[in-house]
Ligand binder design. Structure first.
Ligand code: C2E
Ligand code: MG
Ligand code: MG
Ligand code: MG
Length: 281
């Protein structure tokens, strides 16, 4: 088929849009199957107390290796899960898996292993599912207290129905969990509202942290978040700490916790446990 240059260009757009939709659909189908077949796993990135250098927790981060051996990153599949509603089964799996991991680590350790596990909750998951009863059931099953876990929510969770989300947060606090506001500084934040919520930790978004040593504006934002947290009686975690120098600066600025490639990338189950075991000695 011969086309004029102009119409060829105009029509080229449609196949692209079609490919995109098809790819999205393909990914959705594959993700649904992956959840059913247990192809998802959690990896665990250590979080340290900056002042003492102690390992205090691990953030559970989902990974998906498909049957071809391709690794899919959450940046690609979480949005698909959110759009398709698959975030509900995925999110349930993540909570149950994190609680199970804690139980296994405690058993291997021969007692409380001494770290928390932080689980990410998506805003859409909070809207569509009942997280607190689900967590409670998992805790009961493994005979663990909620205080061993942190739940990471993003500011976007507060946009649609803040009162409902506040209720969920109080229910989660009632189970003894810690609550962290993830990616803080990137979204909508009603500061007056923030104060009323049971938030323990503000997690400073990676976009402000990585590269802040070369950017005065980022330093200003990080300082502002640190003093806001202090004023509100909250702790802080900096994510995206890629260098030792950055770790030192954030410690000096009074940030409570830190996580990033300077310490470790997200680790597989066994490697995370090995780090934990090391901490004993
Ligand atoms: P997040 O919760 O803000 O997690 C931190 C992300 O920053 C992780 O990316 C982590 O690997 C990355 N990171 C940590 N330190 C560094 C660093 O020093 N440099 C760089 N370049 N990156 C660093 P990851 O694992 O790709 O996860 C991306 C996002 O996907 C997470 O952002 C979270 O919002 C979402 N996610 C991951 N697992 C789950 C899950 O089980 N449920 C839900 N709802 N969301 C999840
Ligand atoms: Mg997080
Ligand atoms: Mg984050
Ligand atoms: Mg983030």
């Amino acid at each position: 088929v011969k086309r004029s240059k102009a119409s060829g260009r105009a029509e080229a757009y449609q196949p692209q849009a079609f490919d995109l939709a098809r790819e999205q659909f393909g990914m959705e189908t594959a993700l649904r199957r992956a959840i059913d077949r247990g192809q998802l796993r959690l990896t665990y990135q250590p979080i340290y107390d900056l002042a003492s250098g102690k390992l205090v927790s691990f953030e559970a981060l989902a990974r998906w290796r498909d049957e071809n051996g391709t690794e899919h990153q959450p940046g690609a599949f979480i949005p698909v899960a959110e759009e398709s509603g698959l975030i509900v089964p995925l999110g349930r799996w993540a909570i149950e898996e994190a609680v199970r991991t804690m139980a296994v680590w405690d058993e291997q350790y021969g007692g409380e292993c001494g770290v928390k596990i932080a689980v990410n909750l998506s805003a859409i998951q909070l809207q569509r599912d009942s997280i607190a009863p689900l967590l409670q059931a998992a805790l009961t099953k493994h005979n663990l207290p909620g205080s061993r876990f942190t739940l990471e929510l993003t500011e976007s969770a507060l946009v649609t129905d803040p009162d409902r989300i506040a209720g969920i947060m109080h229910a989660l606090k009632g189970l003894g969990t810690n609550i962290a506001m993830d990616d803080f500084g990137t979204g909508y934040s009603n500061l007056a509202y923030l104060q009323k919520l049971p938030i323990d930790v503000l997690k400073i978004d990676r976009s402000f942290v990585t590269g802040m040593l070369a950017d005065r504006d980022k330093v200003a934002i990080v300082r502002a978040i640190l003093s806001l947290a202090q004023a509100l009686g909250m702790e802080t975690t900096a994510e995206g700490i890629e260098t030792n120098e950055l770790a030192q600066t954030l410690t000096a600025l009074g940030c409570t916790y830190g996580q990033g490639f300077a310490y470790a990338r997200p680790l597989e189950f066994d490697a995370a446990y090995a780090l934990l075991e090391n901490r004993r000695h």
